[in-house]
Each structure stands twice: as C-alpha cells, then as structure tokens.
Design a protein around this ligand. Structure first.
Ligand code: 0O2
Length: 267
C-alpha cells in the first residue's frame, strides 16, 4: 500500500485516540474537581505503527482488505489505575457511556496469560467525524494497575529483543515477577481505604487553596489594595497552621467578604 493510503487509513484512528484521551482525562478532572477519588490515574494512547500492523497481519494471516475489520487495536488506549478494584469501576464507566459501544472484553486480570501478562481489555466501537463524514472504527482499551503496567512494559521490551524466543530462564523470572506483582496489588488493596483517604484529603486541601487564591485575586479588582494584602497575610498564617478546619473557616469568611463586594458592585 502507498504511504499516502496508509496515512488516509490511519488518520481517523489518530483522531479516535486523541478524542478518547481527552474524554478519559476529563473523567479524571471531573472526579478531582468534585473532591472525589478518580479510578483512573492516567491515560495514554497510540496509533499502531505501520511496522507493527504489518507484523500482526503476517502473524494472523490478514490481507490488506481486512486490516480494519481484523486488526482491532490500530487505535489503542491504555488506562492505568492505582488499585485492582479501580479496574472494575473503569469498566463500568465505559459500559455506561453512549459514545463507546463495547464489542468484546478479555479479562486477563482474573485469567492471567501463560506469559504472566495481566490487564483488562475491551474492544469498543467508536464513531469519529472526518472530512468524509462519520466513520465507525474499533479501538482497544487496556486497563491495568501501575504494577501490572510495570511488568507488561518490561516484558514487552524483551519480546521486542527476543521476538518469540525469550530464553526459558528469563521466561521463568518473568512468571515469578508476575506472581510478585499479584502480591503487590493485593497488599496495596489491603490499605486502599487509607491511601484513598490520604489522597482525597490532599486533593480537597488543594481545591480549597485554589478557590481561596482565586477569591483573593478577584478581590484585587474591587477592594482596597491594603485590605486585600491583609487578607492575603491572614491566609498565609492560617495555611501554616496546617489545620483543615481553620482553612475551611477562612474560606467561608472570604466568601462572605467577596459576596459583599459583588453585591456592592451590582448596586
Ligand atoms: P503491541 O505492540 O502492544 O501493539 P488474539 O486475542 O490472540 O486474537 P490479540 O490482538 O493478540 O489477538 O489480542 P490480545 O492477546 O488481547 O493482545 C492485544 C495486546 O495486548 C497486545 O498487542 C499487547 O499490547 C498486549 N498483550 C497481550 N499479551 C501480552 C503479553 O504477554 N505481554 C505484553 N507485554 N503485552 C501483551 P500486540 O499487537 O501484541 O502488541
């Protein structure tokens, strides 16, 4: 196939990857803005390289005409979670969406591959709008924990080096390591509530400080500069106390002051 035709074939997949990354990142933002724990820690994606598509075509005996139908991971999204439990939550979120239709799922989390690979795979059908109109295409979403991702990334680079022939002693090491990853994920799950609590309090504090600073910045436009400087100094003092209750109280007082200026400027 000519290079130009590859480009035309792959362009909509790039659009799908870009859109899906934005959408999943927005899920993270929505959770965090509401002071909620996000089951998605981070997301990335890629369009499969031409070399990798050609390799897969050879491996699976796929003809040029069947690429789009038979190679369902041309567009690939990887969602990384902190805890195994988060994977189920992400799967539920995806199933509830109306812009992604789940075509098939593979649960390599509960059914580890012989290689030791663990991850939850979903093939979705997704519509993009191109210059030629709507196009429905397939995309693969891989959902895994950070620990699973660590293992898969390293194992993938070894596959690249050794192709199908990873020496047996390395394979055994990888299987042992994958068992250790199962244990790490389990250990982390055992303290999930504590970790989530700590992270939530940290985010809540960050959001509160962001609101306070926005409020102070807006006050500069309407209030006397000396008064705002006093408020700012007071904020630093309260912040240094490292007491969330005091910080909340300060934020409420500041809201009242700001509201006062807002209504004054309206009259
Ligand atoms: P790349 O370079 O990541 O794109 P099948 O179910 O066998 O018909 P397929 O498509 O191989 O077909 O499905 P599978 O097994 O769900 O694998 C899809 C992708 O999952 C792979 O894509 C890898 O990204 C990842 N994967 C699957 N097995 C392993 C594994 O043992 N180790 C690692 N590190 N990753 C794995 P590609 O196209 O193989 O590779």
């Amino acid at each position: 196939m000519e290079i130009q035709l590859w480009r035309e074939l792959l362009d909509p997949y790039q659009l799908a990857v870009d859109e899906l990354i934005v959408k999943f990142n927005h899920i993270i933002t929505e959770h965090r803005n509401r002071g909620l724990y996000s089951p998605i820690e981070f997301v990335d994606g890629r369009v499969k390289s031409i070399a990798s598509i050609l390799d897969k075509m050879k491996r699976k005996d796929v003809s040029m005409n069947d690429i789009e139908e038979k190679i369902e991971d041309i567009a690939g999204i990887r969602i990384t979670c902190q805890f195994v439990e988060d994977i189920d939550r992400v799967v539920k979120i995806i199933k509830q969406r109306t812009d992604m239709k789940v075509k098939c799922e593979k649960d390599y989390v509960n059914h580890m591959k012989d290689s030791g690979y663990r991850s939850y795979h979903m093939i979705i059908s997704y519509i993009v709008n191109t210059v030629e109109g709507e196009k429905e295409l397939s995309a693969e979403i891989q959902i895994r924990t950070m620990a699973m991702n660590f293992w898969a990334t390293i194992e993938h680079s070894l596959q690249y080096k050794y192709k199908e022939n990873i020496p047996e002693y390395i394979q055994q090491k990888l299987i042992d390591a994958s068992q250790a990853i199962v244990e790490i994920d389990q250990e982390m799950s055992d303290v999930r509530d504590e970790i989530m609590d700590a992270q939530n309090s940290h985010r809540k504090k960050e959001n509160l400080v962001k609101d306070i600073l926005n409020n102070i910045q807006n006050l500069y436009k309407v209030a006397n500069k000396r008064e705002v400087t006093k408020i700012q100094d007071e904020f630093y003092k309260v912040y240094m106390m490292d007491d969330m209750m005091q910080l909340k109280h300060f934020a409420r007082q500041l809201d009242i002051i700001s509201e006062g200026y807002r209504s004054q400027s309206l009259t």
